[in-house]
Design a protein. Structure first.
Ligand code: PMP
Length: 383
């Protein structure tokens, strides 16, 4: 097996996170909502500790943190959960971008079927959603704007800070899918004026199957987001169902580690990107980056090798590195990336593009070697 360079699809669990998870499974197996015994109390205190760890990383109040099964669920609650409020107020217009994750795009599509009006903004060719294009669509009946922080395929950092600033003056709710930035762009995330935020623990070296929804309070008042599933009153009814205590504890620990280490981690991933640039430069292969690298996260690169089919490249380079061409959530059935398509790239360019994404613990020597091997494969496939 080659070196793992598909961190944007899922990052390996940190050993310290795994240790917490195992400990909770072995020793704290109570239900966090059992009120009648110490085992329940113990589980509850673990969940509340995790809530504080998430809140601390994001710079929010612990009462604003709700645990979910991950960003897909969080995005669904963020959007579908506003239906009652929309019906009560007549605000039934949603704005989003065409490069959002399917968990936003498909949810918005479902809302459209229920009578909502939706404007979908295309990015410019550099993969960046223009603020004025979004603001230009805001109307009196706009309920929600949903724009991601970092795109999962290109790594392009979207102008959500400026957008949040502007939207906060306009009585429009702002949802940010921060799945690819949570634990990485920590200072930036803390500054964004959003109302709702989604993330998944597995992108910041926590386990798969847990994540968070942040609902910011406005003058101590909760947002009008309601549950979309019915059942128990867990997570104040926002996300009914038994709280997976070990997963939640692990999510909290991953956030705590990210808060302690994000500055060092950033330096490390930056060095790896530099190594990628250098290796590409000296290789003599024909390539270009997709998306403006001056606004790209340092742990992702989307690269086009003209004349080299990405499917062939990924298969032929499998023994050297695990990379991808698009989002894992849509990669079962091959269709050209809708993100690159929205950026105006031709089908040929899209079919010649791959995504490489990495984390701080990837050793630089192995990283360089695997990129060199990948580029040798590129040369052998180039037509
Ligand atoms: N949003 C973004 C930007 C993502 O990258 C992902 C995962 N690829 C999701 C949402 C969905 O996360 P999950 O599959 O963990 O629910």
């Amino acid at each position: 097996m080659g070196i793992y360079l598909d961190y944007n699809a899922s990052a390996p669990v940190d050993r310290r996170v795994l240790d917490i998870m195992i400990d909770v499974y072995q020793n704290s197996y109570g239900n966090a909502d059992s009120r009648t015994h110490d085992h329940g109390d113990k589980a509850r205190s673990i969940v509340e500790q995790a809530r504080k760890q998430v809140a601390s990383l994001l710079g929010v109040n612990a009462t604003e943190v709700f645990f979910t099964s991950g960003a897909t669920e969080s995005n669904n609650i963020a959007i579908q959960g506003l239906q009652d409020y929309a019906n009560e107020t007549g605000k039934k217009h949603i704005i989003t971008s065409s490069i959002e994750h399917k968990a936003v795009l498909e949810t918005v599509k479902a809302m459209k079927k229920k009578g909502f009006e939706v404007d979908i903004i295309n990015p410019n060719p550099s993969g960046y959603v223009d603020i004025q294009a979004v603001l230009g669509k805001v109307r009196d009946d706009t309920l929600l704007v949903s724009v991601m922080h970092v795109n999962n395929e290109t790594g392009i950092i979207q102008p959500v800070q400026e957008l949040g600033e502007e939207l906060s003056k306009r009585n429009v709710l702002f949802h940010v899918d921060a799945t690819q930035s949570c634990g990485k762009l920590v200072d930036e995330l803390r500054k964004i004026k959003y109302n709702i935020l989604s993330f998944s623990a597995h992108k910041l070296q926590g386990p798969q199957g847990v994540g968070g929804l942040i609902l910011r309070k406005k003058r101590y008042k909760l947002l009008p987001v309601k549950q979309i599933m019915y059942g128990g009153q867990q997570e104040h009814g926002i996300r009914p169902g038994t709280i997976p205590v070990a997963l939640v504890a692990a999510c909290g620990k991953a956030c705590e580690i990210a808060e302690q280490e994000y500055i060092d981690n950033h330096e490390k991933v930056k060095l790896l990107k530099k190594a990628l640039f250098e290796t590409l430069d000296v290789s003599g292969v024909n390539y270009h980056f997709n998306g403006d690298q001056s606004v790209c996260i340092d742990s992702t690169a989307n690269i086009c090798f003209p004349g080299v089919m990405s499917e062939a490249l990924m298969l032929s380079a499998k023994q050297y590195c695990s990379i991808s061409n698009g989002s894992a959530c849509t990669s079962k059935s091959y269709s050209p990336s809708y993100v690159l398509e929205a950026m105006g790239m031709s089908v040929d360019e899209i079919e010649n593009s791959i995504r490489v994404s990495w984390g701080a613990e990837v050793p630089e020597i192995e990283f360089r070697e695997s990129i060199e091997q990948l580029l040798e494969v590129v040369k052998s496939l180039a037509i």
